[in-house]
Write a new protein. Structure first.
Length: 641
């Protein structure tokens, strides 16, 4: 006779992931093991630091709130079909949140031991659980989250660069390289004393410098403390053997899946991923938890929940750690830049929101905060100075000054907030707190029209910075109107493109005779190579004038501009794609140098580079020369010189 209750449970679960990824027979079998729990409003299901339950939960009816440590902030609300309480399944640790019913609630309790085999057999089930646990997103596949990069308020990343699942697949984990090892004939007591002295949770057992086993705290508890083996026994009696090994370049998803698959708490990392080569590190569940705290989704949620600007500052360090990990993993630069730039945008948005709270009144009209320069191009990966502006809606002349004064005060709060979290003030004061860069829509139209109609050296310089703007916060329509006006005005004054093209050719060549690097001849950076001025900026400037001539809006990053140009001009596709590649290569190189030297990465000491690094740099120089020749011919630069 069929169990009608279990069939009802299966019917309820099947539309919701991860259960939607199970076949009918699996779901029906699992449903027979599910317990039904009724809780009244205000009942605590589990509390912070409570020992792990043998099940996780699905809300059938009602709602469950997840609270922080002080039970002052609701982290999440789980309603019909949402899962929660995954920590016992994913980390085998005590709970980090308190779960309390918001109303009368019926829960389905899913037994972990019965569910674990489905994780091992089904990659999509594992992916869903890993992402849900890492990002605190109950359902990353629902309509609100589908296509989103990092969260419910973050712009979606283009389909050709990845999605949320991909981010976790790319997320590297830090592991301990200080390996403590012992021999299989060493006594358990000796090993336990060494583990205590070193403050470690596992001891690698080696033979001929190769891993043959591992002893963890769990082994000591389960096999020695219980009396199964005396403390004088040999290590070989309680060690787990053979060891489970993986290569050192392991991603977050791979590591979690490996631990879930084998139900273990430590992985041995070796040179080639097998037990036949020397161990290079040990990865624990604790290491994974630290990495989870630095994944994009977790960082976004932490930034959004920040109550003041000081809380954001350490999170920016997390963004830098993420950047280092992506570079070490050799993640494609386009994706790396997208992720870091969107994290930076989240920081900026939060700074604006917090700044608005400091104002005595709400904004009198619509406005937009614009990021300019490298941030506007989504190329500001390191901590560099600010370039920004504030655009506000037109108002009658009688209210203009009062409105502008309001936004200047707001802009001052914003720029000071950005400075607090690591963005230096712009030395040239190109910031929204400067009246010149805080204007109405008509004000910016008049200023840019003057640049375009009468382009002198200063006007061209200012436009080359401003025209890379992107909307970081605020009203989209205002920004669209300004962009349309600029394109239309450029079309009326085509001579402006010649001046802008001439500016793109002003940067000196990267090399001199015999293809030697041209270095700075004097000043603070004498004998250093200026990577920004001699290599990156020629590509950036050329892309700007070319995309402006095509009247293509809403593409700000240099490599994406070249990729779009490759679509528009098939005859020059090879050159434009080479420019896109060169831009990403140079940006990666600059970012690595900046992280290595704790600076902007602009000036390079060539003596610190090896031959391969110098060759990679020089490969981009031919492309720079070719694109400058295109700009020179296309915009007849010689006629304005």
């Amino acid at each position: 006779m069929k169990n009608t209750i279990s069939f009802r449970i299966a019917d309820f679960l099947k539309p919701y992931p991860p259960f939607s990824n199970l076949v009918k027979a699996q779901l029906e079998t699992l449903s027979e093991e599910v317990s039904i729990i009724y809780k009244e409003k205000g009942h605590t299901i589990f509390s912070i630091d409570e020992a792990a339950h043998p099940q996780f939960y699905v809300v059938h009816k009602g709602a469950v709130a997840l609270w922080n440590k002080d039970e002052k902030v609701v982290i999440d609300i789980c309603d019909e079909g949402d899962i929660f309480g995954l920590r016992p399944l994913m980390a085998n640790e005590n709970y980090r949140l308190t779960a309390k019913t918001e109303e009368e609630t019926i829960l389905y309790a899913i037994p972990i031991q019965k569910f674990r085999p489905y994780i091992k057999e089904n990659r999509r089930v594992a992916d869903f659980l890993v992402e849900s646990f890492a990002s605190n997103t109950r359902n990353p596949y629902d309509k609100r989250n589908r296509g989103q990069l990092l969260g419910d308020a973050i712009p979606a990343i283009p389909s050709n660069t990845g999605n949320s699942n991909q981010l976790l697949d790319l997320q590297p984990v830090d592991y301990s390289q200080n390996i403590e090892s012992a021999a299989e004939h060493d006594s358990i007591k000796t090993i336990a004393l060494r583990m205590t002295a070193k403050g470690i949770g596992a001891m690698l057992i080696e033979e001929n410098e190769l891993p043959i086993g591992i002893i963890t705290d769990k082994d000591l508890r389960n096999q020695v403390a219980t009396g199964e083996y005396p403390i004088t026994s040999k290590a070989k009696n309680i060690m787990s053997s053979p060891v489970i090994t993986y290569p050192a370049k392991l991603t977050l998803t791979q590591a979690q899946m490996a631990m879930m698959k084998s139900n273990i708490s430590h992985l041995i990392l070796t040179k080639d991923g097998t037990a036949n080569t020397k161990a290079v590190g040990i990865l624990s569940k604790h290491d994974i938890m630290l990495s989870l705290g630095n994944n994009p989704a977790a960082l976004v949620k932490a930034i959004k929940r920040s109550k003041d600007i000081e809380e954001i500052k350490p999170l920016r360090n997390g963004v830098m750690n993420l950047l280092r990990g992506y570079l070490d993993q050799n993640i494609p630069m386009a994706l790396t830049s997208k992720i870091i730039s969107e994290l930076n945008d989240v920081c900026i948005k939060k700074i604006v929101v917090l700044s608005l709270r400091q104002m005595a009144a709400k904004p009198p009209v619509k406005f937009a905060w614009l990021a300019m320069g490298s941030q506007g191009r989504s190329e500001q990966l390191l901590h560099t100075d600010q370039d920004n502006a504030l655009l506000f809606e037109d108002v009658p002349d009688s209210k203009h000054q009062q409105t502008k004064d309001y936004f200047l005060e707001l802009a001052k709060f914003i720029t000071e907030g950005l400075h607090t979290i690591g963005y230096e003030f712009c030395p040239a004061d190109m910031m929204g707190s400067n009246p010149k860069w805080c204007k109405s829509l008509t004000g910016f139209k008049k200023m840019t029209a003057k640049w375009i109609a009468s382009p002198g050296p200063e006007e061209v310089l200012l436009s080359s910075i401003f025209f890379d703007y992107s909307r970081a916060y605020g009203d989209k329509e205002l920004v669209t109107q300004l962009s349309k006006y600029i394109f239309d005005t450029v079309e009326k004054y085509p001579i402006f493109l010649s001046h802008l093209g001439g500016s793109a050719l002003m940067n000196p060549s990267p090399t001199g005779f015999f293809r030697q690097f041209l270095v700075e001849q004097d000043g603070e950076h004498k004998d250093f190579f200026d990577l920004k001025q001699r290599a990156l900026m020629p590509l950036v400037d050329a892309a700007r004038v070319l995309i402006l001539s095509k009247k293509v809006p809403d593409i700000s990053s240099t490599w994406e501009r070249y990729e779009k140009l490759a679509e528009l001009e098939p005859n020059n596709k090879e050159l434009f794609l080479a420019c896109s590649y060169a831009t990403k290569a140079l940006l990666r190189f600059r970012t690595k140098q900046g992280l290595l030297n704790n600076d902007s990465g602009r000036y390079i000491n060539l003596e610190t580079l090896n031959k391969e690094e110098k060759m990679k740099l020089k490969r981009t120089f031919k492309t720079i020369k070719e694109i400058q020749e295109v700009v020179n011919i296309r915009f007849m630069v010689s006629r304005v010189r």
